[in-house]
Design a protein around this ligand. Structure first.
Ligand code: BES
Ligand code: ZN
Length: 585
């Protein structure tokens, strides 16, 4: 059925009277950010064969799809953004034949539909010969200077949300899953890795083969090519980085295996085989990206003291929330990130205790309050279920999804009790394994599997479809931050903060302290802080960023820290540190 027909069908159903909403079927979610019509022809497997050409800065090769078609289907429609499509072949069991195809008019961020004419006798596979073009948004080609080693070039991809279509012609919707095999040919001094089975050594000829056996959505397609080396951490975990960074990266990530086990204890088996992590050059635009089997990470997680490992817990948690159970459309993005932030904090609590996790939760709550204040507490962009038709999905990727989502889950947990909530979530991951789910389906599932049997009144609709925060949300408290507040008040009053009282502070206490420093203190106060505690030289990017953000607001600090600020902004590509507040992610 076409999208338009679904819409008519939905409208008719919606108009029926006398029926409880409970009884109505929940219709498949419509993804407004794809041109695909999966109900007619959908991809089920991809064979990707690409040459990575660093001289021309392009990828050149083929994408071959196994497809599933409705008997009446005439077309296979793929999403394409700025690709050069050279030809398309239909593959039948005994023979091949050229296909006719049309590349439509491109639109901003959506790109264009590639409509391939399927023969009346449907082909088994469709093969597309193509090249990427220089503006491809998913591809970052780095010259040697932008790497740690300064010697060899580097390439990485970033697919989420709708960028994969700029390096692979594909059905780029989180609701469409496929398995893949890939062959990459790269310069022989470099190694290639993907969101798949990976090599641990360079090959002599620069050719690498990959397999992803579990079905994944297009935004999780990923590749990195560079002067990479590998360090094992356990039988199933390890770290990739440029050789000069490998030791520091391995030290920082030493607890990965323990994290995987902790998450398995809470939410069931890790379903992806290996869990590795790659530390990328500093221009990587995110803290981390949950590419399956291989998390991509910013080098700013290497603080030297494992103080930023909650970021690893976050990306690992996506191996359940997001990669097993995925948002059906980008309007349901909170389903990915809200569950992941909740899981991240549970993992941190299991490993480092409640006080530690409470600090993380309270910093998150502060972010949420700021985001709601920035957007306005009546803004529809503060709904968990977003309205993104006609908009770039990136518009919806802020702390509402992350922190309002996590707070909803924490509030539910407090309402029904932790044991029951843990059992519920484990079952949720089992029931929706390798599926995509809309907010409406999630709502129905929570009612049926959690709330109804307990006869608990919990205003889910308010949380999901109303702005701001429900008044009865869980209250986050941190005893550690209360102590910081005492020190902070004393410092603001008399300029004293001795090392003995701060000796055991984690980076979270420091961030809380810096965030709450007034911006109009006497210059000598800031000077003293920076001399004693060396914030401007902090190896922890979160502390440094908080200090530099304060520097923008405080005249004295700006004069003092201008160079450091400039250097940070030039060097670090992480979106959270570069974009204005509401676009944090
Ligand atoms: N999947 C996101 C990154 C992302 C979000 C990419 C939206 C593209 C569009 C990832 O899991 C993430 O949330 N990263 C955070 C770190 C985390 C600890 C909150 C980041 O990069 O800051
Ligand atoms: Zn995330």
């Amino acid at each position: 059925m076409t999208k338009r027909l679904w819409f008519v069908f939905a409208t008719i159903l919606g108009c029926q009277t006398g029926k409880q909403r409970q009884d109505l079927p929940i219709l498949p979610a419509i993804d407004h950010h794809t041109y695909a019509h999966p109900e007619e022809a959908v991809i089920t497997h991809l064979d990707l064969d690409l040459v990575v050409d660093f001289n021309k800065q392009l990828l050149n090769g083929t994408a071959t799809y196994r497809i599933k078609t409705d008997s009446a289907a005439q077309f296979l429609i793929l999403d394409v953004n700025g690709l050069q499509i050279d030809s398309v072949t239909l593959i039948f069991q005994e023979s091949n034949q050229p296909a006719t195809f049309i590349l439509g008019e491109p639109k901003p961020y959506l790109g264009a539909p590639l409509t391939i004419n399927l023969d009346v006798k449907h082909p088994e596979k469709v093969k597309i010969y193509y090249k990427t073009t220089p503006g491809a948004q998913a591809l970052q080609w780095l010259n040697p200077k932008q790497t740690y080693g300064k010697n060899l070039p580097f390439l990485f991809t970033q697919g989420q949300a709708v960028l994969t279509r700029s390096w692979i012609p594909i059905q780029d919707s989180p609701g469409i899953r496929f398995t893949y095999n890939a062959t990459l040919k790269v310069p022989s001094e470099l190694m290639a890795v993907m969101s798949a089975t990976n090599p641990q050594k360079k090959s002599a000829d620069g050719v690498y083969g990959f397999t992803m056996e579990q079905p994944i959505p297009a935004y999780l397609m990923a590749m990195a090519v560079g002067d990479l080396s590998f360090s094992p951490i356990s039988d199933r975990c390890g770290v990739y980085a440029e050789p000069g960074m490998l030791e520091a990266a391995a030290f920082e990530m030493a607890e990965i295996e323990k994290m995987v086990q902790t998450t398995e204890d809470l939410y069931g088996p890790y379903q992806w085989g290996r869990y590795d992590l790659i530390v990328l050059p500093p221009s990587f635009p995110f803290g981390g990206m949950e590419n399956p089997r291989l998390t991509f990470a910013t080098p700013t997680i290497i603080a030297g003291d494992r103080s930023l490992t909650s970021l690893v817990a976050h990306e690992l948690a996506h191996s359940w929330s997001g990669n097993l159970v995925t948002n059906a459309t980008w309007e349901d993005f909170w389903i990915n990130e809200g569950h992941t932030v909740y899981l991240e904090r549970r993992i941190m609590e299991a490993l480092y205790g409640k006080e530690y996790a409470d600090m993380l939760a309270l910093l998150g709550y502060q972010d949420l309050e700021n985001t709601i204040a920035d957007l306005g507490d009546t803004s529809t962009d503060t709904h968990l279920k977003l309205a993104l038709t006609g908009r770039d999905p990136d518009d919806g990727m802020n702390d509402i999804a992350y922190e309002k989502g996590a707070l909803l889950l924490r509030s539910l947990e407090e309402e029904v009790g932790r044991d029951r909530f843990d059992r519920f979530l484990k079952k949720y991951f089992e029931d929706f394994i390798f599926k995509s789910i809309s907010t409406e389906q999630w709502e129905r599932y929570v009612e049926n599997h959690l709330l109804d049997s307990l006869k608990i009144e919990f205003n889910l609709k308010n949380w999901l479809y109303q702005p701001g925060l429900p008044t009865d949300h869980a209250i986050i408290r941190s005893t550690k931050f209360k102590e910081v507040d005492v020190r902070l008040r004393e410092f603001v009053r008399i300029g004293r903060l001795d090392r003995s009282s701060t000796r055991n502070w984690t980076s979270h206490e420091w961030i809380h302290f810096i965030r709450h420093l007034p911006t109009d203190l006497h210059a000598s106060f800031y000077e003293k802080l920076d001399t004693v505690f060396q914030f401007s030289n902090s190896g922890n990017a979160e502390i440094l960023a908080a200090w530099l953000e304060l520097s923008i607001k405080s005249k004295y600090l700006l004069d003092h820290n201008k160079n450091r600020l400039e250097q940070f902004l030039f060097e670090v590509g992480r979106r959270k540190f570069l974009l204005p507040y509401i676009l944090h992610y």
